[in-house]
Ligand binder design. Structure first.
Ligand SMILES: NC(=O)c1ccc[n+]([C@@H]2O[C@H](COP(=O)([O-])OP(=O)(O)OC[C@H]3O[C@@H](n4cnc5c(N)ncnc54)[C@H](OP(=O)(O)O)[C@@H]3O)[C@@H](O)[C@H]2O)c1
Length: 249
């Protein structure tokens, strides 16, 4: 293990993919991690279940939908860690619209998946830039690429956070910002849903997070990689054909 621990903040600290990534990372090197989660004690319990407890040195309460908590949550993490080298943004709330989403649901999904994480990432970027740089992984989704009837508020929000993260990379040259676009991953979020083609397990997604964290330049990743050519085609399909392929008939 190296002398200097890697100081990591996880936004959405209960995420299965993120916690598996922290567990994997801490098997390779010394890691100190703070979880920012809407239920901080539950996130710590999940960290223990997924083998990340050794790395977790703190957990702070943070709900992405609370407009005035972002700076404070990031500042608390930076204080506990004594700096910040890396951040994983793994907030995600799928919801289920089925074309019937009401105003309150849409507001909640757009805020939880996009506005809140973006505000927190702005605070992370400021903290990292002030200290000379850092590495950020943002879990976007292939859902960002084309809306589906069953979860279009989630897809729209993922589109926003995906664009925001790519913009952040351009605005902060000292940061390395990785935008990950997984397809269907078997986690708590997708439990009970019908699997899509190219479904992967959570460990494979976690491996992709760890690999991205170590990348030297900002870039966009598809997980698994085959989704890049697949979605190049799917994005170009005429609407009626896309709706059949996406199961949105
Ligand atoms: N699983 C997939 O198929 C898939 C595919 C593409 C992209 N992704 C993305 O990958 C990331 C991780 O997902 P996962 O599969 O690991 O699912 P997960 O275990 O359900 O993780 C999502 C996390 O987001 C947190 N969260 C939701 N709303 C929040 C809010 N308002 N404030 C703070 N935290 C909130 C959840 O908190 P609680 O622990 O309190 O519920 C949960 O810990 C997400 O960004 C997701 O969109 C997942």
């Amino acid at each position: 293990m190296g002398a200097d621990p890697l100081r990591v903040l996880v936004l959405g600290g209960g995420s299965e993919i993120a916690l598996r990534a922290v567990a994997r990372l801490s098997s390779e090197r010394d890691v100190r991690c703070v979880l920012a989660a809407r239920d901080a004690p539950a996130a710590r319990t999940r960290a223990a279940e997924l083998g990340a407890e050794r790395a977790v040195v703190g957990a702070t309460t943070w709900d992405a939908r609370e407009a005035d908590r972002h700076d404070a949550a990031v500042a608390a993490a930076v204080e506990v860690l004594g700096g910040l080298d890396a951040a994983i943004c793994a907030v995600g709330s799928l919801g289920h619209a089925s074309g019937e989403a009401g105003a309150a649901d849409v507001w909640s999904l757009m805020t939880a998946n996009a506005a809140g994480p973006a505000a927190a990432l702005a605070a992370v970027a400021r903290a990292m830039s002030a200290r000379g740089g850092g590495s950020i992984v943002v879990l976007s989704s292939v859902a960002a690429l084309r809306p589906r009837r069953s979860n279009y508020p989630y897809g729209a929000a993922k589109s926003a956070i995906d664009a925001f993260a790519r913009g952040l990379a351009g605005a902060h040259p000292s940061l390395r910002v990785q935008v990950l676009r997984p397809g269907f991953v078997r986690t708590r979020m997708t439990r009970g849903l019908e699997e899509a083609p190219f479904t992967i397990g959570p460990d494979r997604a976690a491996r992709a997070v760890v690999r991205a964290l170590g990348a030297r330049r900002s870039r966009t990743w598809y997980v698994p990689w085959v989704l890049r050519p697949v979605f190049a085609v799917l994005r170009a399909l005429p609407g009626p054909l896309w709706r059949v392929v996406a199961g949105d008939r």
